[in-house]
Design a protein around this ligand. Structure first.
Ligand SMILES: [Zn+2]
Length: 1018
């Protein structure tokens, strides 16, 4: 995502100033920059700077173009080179949206230019800056050569004959805000109208000394603007004015060479944030990477001190696959220390929504790639642009061998700005990670003196540290640093008025900063992002598919591990990566164009299908052939519950992480469920509703108390107006609550099942052009009241929530996060509480008072708010930007209310949420009646198994489990997997200690929320 649209980030006017070799005139408004500068500016410095810039490229000669347009998917260079090239002229239109035009560029350097520095300069019809408009990859001798974008417009010409190709992508400008709905990018793919006008293709001579003077002037001019009134500023202005009149370079050199007196050290790292998909689809990002990485490699040849940090192994993997020469170039530059792999995760993943195990796999696949391809063991988690960070992340960083965390995103908070830039971040388990927020509050720095000076001035932890990191280069859509930024860096290395600046590596910054820092503040708990709260809900189909894909992979792994032979390691590896890439921070959160969701839904469906095949094949191998029912349970607690076999309810049971043959079990030990009029009840709950289908009472028969608040209906469906001011798909504004209607009209009510094992009522509601059907289900012996919901959704700028006002009073509610849970206030005492008016949770949230509580479970939702005694879950949104039809159409989801005596831990809320998400699977097989096997049993419900899989590098079995209650415990684990030895490992499955194992049993101690990775060796 890009800071340009952020309401909080008002760029300093100087940020638009650039005097690169191809800028002809200062941008509009630049002359105003001089207002108030100096007391008697005898010369217009901005005009002077523009003249200097023009003097950099004094002469030009034309280039000849021919063009070949390719619609649809991109083609290889070899294919493109065989294309039908037609004459093309500067001034012609090109590029129907999302098509590719290959330009063959030919020309001859005039003989009188021999020995001069010559560049080919292009303007493809750029609209805006790098990353958000058309861009091209230059190919020379059949190989990628360099990126061409608004901020990298010239290519060096080394011979008299010019002959190369430009592969130009016609990327239309997406619309992320505005009164009219955004254009559909899927529809635009069909458009035949070219959208760009090719404005420039010519050879130019560069005058190096004129360029040097222009850059010196620019840096000093910007520094003067950044400094307060005083001697140093007056001295610089005087020198600039003197230079402007005398044209003596020495005037500039004098003020440039006075060294910095600052004690603050900035490590400046070149960077190009490339959103793996956002306002462009994955296939375009692959090409964006090729363009940006080519540019970075060329700059490294030109500037040996240039360092470039690059995250997201998935993008490197694309290069290895599609652009081998770029990948080789990267390998060489990594070895030379110029190219720095950072980040550790496979992509810069969203961290609110992926499951715990999915976050683990982000590290596993990311770090293993960097180690295998480059021999680099990254120590940082690099997520500058992600929308919030759960309190389990510090442990995941540490357990994967990392020690540093970087983001800047919380500088966007709408209510409370972060109080620190360098601090220790402590997670729910007590792990503390050295954390740095670059004080420039951007990952797209422009290397103006103003940004550098402010970066040091704004650094909030001066008393503890004298170092900060600065990320510069065009980003979001890629591009990266331009030569002028590196030139600025050289001039700002040590200059009076600015901090000390070095071009360096993030890893070196982190190591030095951690070593030198002292008395750092510790921040405990989640790094909640006070913005983009709609991303827990937008693009609900993708979120549901994501949850199901995570579940499907878990099942595929555990049952394949049970089979042992023929573990489909390669298929699981590639299928995991298909899931992981779709957890990127603009895909899963719902903030991308429609095309991205067309891809994401197809990919996630494929993941579910592939994993489903693996599970089916493993289960049929485990169950054998025959006609007996075999019940598979992936969860780590034994279960007895009602399932539907051939649409008939059957009570079955299965052991933890295992399977059992089953026949119908009679519900002897609990009362059956029954329906009578508008009442459904089992031995535990009596649920009543009115003629509108709204719940009027949930009576807890066991405890003898009413669950719902007096006078307020339960399962109230509320349709809010949802018109965020700034970021449509991203945000929910706090005032959405003021305007809503309750969906109280009932079109139809019907009893579908009357007991004794299962009762089900169907309620149908029509509203607007939409329709909502709910099947309310209560099983015998169960406290879980399920609402299986289907919605045909055709609203616009509406937000659907379900509310349960309950008779429970507590100032805190508990929400599941990955590998644990956190508490948040149910009131708005402080600005921090107020800002959390919508929060993220995984499968459950619970509101509890001593002795009693109510949990609200879900099978694919993430947005909650619990205020006072009202528990609400976010169901659907309908934004119009950047996807004009986001979320319209069919949806399916289930949520459930679980009133319970006692604390949520003892009451089994965690297990109930797992069960809702992982229904028992019943297959026909040949195992004998009464036979059963548990792969793994843990003797305490405090410990939950997250994954059972084969090791990445051997036939050993990996078991990942965690302490889920937040307390210390000792757990005895019994396994029937072939295992004679057991090792405790880190998340990357590297052995730490051996654990004593006897007869398939071992004992471990767990601290609160501790994650353990066990390796069982046969
Ligand atoms: Zn981003």
């Amino acid at each position: 995502m890009f800071f340009r649209y952020a309401p909080l980030m008002v760029p300093h006017p100087i940020t638009t100033t650039r005097i690169g070799p191809i800028t002809r005139a200062p941008p509009d408004g630049q002359a105003n920059l001089l207002d108030g500068v100096g007391t008697a500016a005898e010369f217009d410095l901005a005009t002077k700077m523009a003249k200097l810039t023009t003097a950099v490229e004094p002469e030009n000669a034309p280039l000849e173009l021919t063009a070949h347009n390719v619609r649809g998917e991109p083609v290889t260079f070899a294919e493109a080179a065989r294309g039908d090239y037609r004459p093309f002229h500067v001034g012609d239109r090109w590029g129907p949206p999302w098509s590719t035009t290959w330009f063959h560029v030919r020309g001859r350097v005039p003989v009188e230019w021999t020995g001069k520095s010559v560049v080919a300069v292009f303007d493809l019809g750029f609209q805006g800056h790098a990353g958000f408009t058309c861009e091209a990859l230059a190919w020379r001798d059949g190989k990628p050569w360099g990126g061409v974008d608004p901020n990298h417009r010239w290519l060096p010409v080394g011979s008299s004959e010019v002959d190369f190709y430009l592969e130009a992508s016609a990327i239309p400008t997406a619309v992320v805000a505005g009164p009219a709905e955004a254009p559909s990018m899927i529809a635009l793919r069909e458009s035949k109208d070219p959208v760009f006008v090719f404005r420039q293709a010519e050879l130019r001579i560069q005058d190096p000394s004129a360029r040097k003077q222009a850059l010196d002037f620019k840096v000093l001019y910007e520094l003067a603007l950044a400094l307060p009134e005083g001697d140093r500023r007056a001295e610089i202005l005087e020198a600039l004015n003197r230079f402007a009149s005398r044209k003596d370079h020495e005037d500039l050199k004098g003020v440039l060479s006075r060294p910095s007196m600052s004690t603050h050290h900035i490590t400046a790292v070149g960077h190009a944030h490339i959103d793996t998909a956002w306002l462009w689809p994955l296939r375009e990002t692959r090409r964006k990477c090729a363009r940006t990485f080519s540019t970075a490699l060329a700059l490294m040849d030109e500037y040996p001190d240039y360092r470039f940090a690059c995250s997201q192994p998935a993008q490197y993997a694309w290069m290895r696959e599609s652009y081998p020469t770029i990948f080789e170039g990267i390998q060489q530059k990594v070895a030379a220390g110029q190219w720095e792999p950072v980040g550790s995760m496979w992509v810069e993943a969203d961290c609110n929504l992926p499951s715990g195990e999915a976050l683990v796999r982000q590290f596993v696949h990311g770090k293993r790639f960097f180690m295998r391809e480059f021999g680099v063991d990254t120590r940082d988690l690099w997520l500058p642009d992600v929308f919030g960070y759960p309190a389990s992340l510090p442990q995941l960083i540490a357990e994967s061998g990392g020690e540093f965390f970087l983001t800047q995103k919380l500088s966007w908070n709408d209510t409370n700005k972060p109080a620190h830039h360098t601090f220790m971040w402590e997670g729910i388990d007590g792990t503390a990670i050295f954390t740095h927020f670059p004080p420039a509050d951007t990952y797209n720095g422009n290397f103006t003196a103003g940004e550098i000076v402010r970066s040091a001035e704004d650094f909030k932890d001066r008393e503890s540290s004298s170092r900060s990191l600065y990320l510069y280069g065009w980003g979001d859509g890629g591009g990266g640093p331009e030569p002028d930024m590196i030139e600025s860096a050289h001039r700002l290395r040590s200059i009076d008025g600015a901090p000390q600046v070095e071009l360096g590596r993030a890893a070196d910054f982190f190591a030095r900063a951690k070593r030198e820092a002292h008395n750092l503040t510790t921040w405990v708990g989640e790094l909640y992002f006070e913005l983009h709260r709609g991303t827990y809900t937008s693009q609900a189909r993708t979120k549901r598919l994501n949850r199901r894909a995570e579940q499907a992979l878990r099942e595929a792994e555990i049952w394949s591990a049970a089979v042992g032979e023929g573990y489909p390691a390669d298929v699981l590896d590639s299928t995991w990566k298909r899931l992981l890439i779709n957890q990127f921070h603009d895909i899963l959160p719902g903030s991308s164009i429609d095309w991205v969701y067309e891809d994401a839904e197809r990919e996630l469906e494929a993941v579910i299908e592939i994993a489903g095949h693996i599970t089916t094949s493993a289960q049929s191998s485990l169950a054998g052939s025959g006609d007996n029912l075999t019940v598979f349970n992936v969860n780590s607690h034994a279960r007895r519950e009602v399932v539907e076999v051939d649409e008939r309810p059957v009570l079955v049971s299965a052991p933890a992480c295992g399977w059992a043959s089953t026949t119908d079990l009679a519900p002897t030990h609990f009362e059956p469920v029954s329906v009578s009029g508008r009442v459904v009840e089992n031995g535990l709950l009596r649920v009543m509703w009115d003629e509108r289908g709204l719940l009027t009472s949930i009576w807890d028969k066991e405890i003898g108390r009413e669950v719902l608040s007096a006078g307020a209906p339960g399962n109230a469906l509320l349709l809010h107006d949802d018109n965020p001011k700034n970021w449509d798909a991203w945000d929910i504004d706090a005032d959405y609550r003021k305007s809503f209607v309750q969906l109280a009209e009932l079109a139809r009510a019907k009893v579908e099942m009357e007991g004794p094992l299962r009762a089900a009522m169907r309620f149908t509601r029509n509203f607007g052009s939409s329709k909502l059907e709910q099947r309310m289900v209560l099983d015998a012996g169960s406290r879980v009241l399920r609402f299986e919901t289907e919605v045909d959704w055709h609203e616009e700028h509406k937000f659907l929530k379900v509310a349960f006002p309950v008779s429970v009073r507590s100032s805190r509610a508990t929400y599941e996060i990955q590998f644990g849970h956190v508490e948040r206030s149910t009131h708005t005492n402080t600005s921090w509480d107020q800002a959390r008016f919508e929060v993220c949770a995984h499968r459950w949230a619970d509101l509890g008072e001593p002795g009693y509580g109510v949990a609200l479970l879900n099978d694919c939702k993430y947005g909650y708010d619990i205020q006072g005694s009202v528990m609400r879950l976010s169901l659907l949104r309908a934004p119009t930007h950047p996807d004009p039809a986001a979320d319209r159409g069919k949806h399916r989801f289930t949520y459930a209310l679980m009133p319970h005596p006692g604390d949520f831990r003892d009451a089994g809320v965690i297990a109930a949420a797992e069960d809702l998400n992982h229904p028992l699977r019943v297959v026909r097989g040949g195992i004998n009646t009464g036979e059963q096997r548990s792969l793994l049993e843990v003797d305490t419900p405090q410990v939950v198994v997250e994954a059972i899989k084969r090791a990445e590098d051997s036939d050993a079995v990996i078991v990942r489990l965690y302490e889920a209650w937040g307390g210390h415990c000792r757990a005895r684990i019994r396994t029937s997997l072939p295992a004679s030895r057991a090792f405790l490992c880190d998340l990357l499955e590297r052995n730490r200690d051996e654990v004593e194992m006897r007869n398939g049993e071992l004992e471990v101690e767990l601290a609160p929320f501790k994650i353990l990775t066990l390796k069982l060796v046969g």
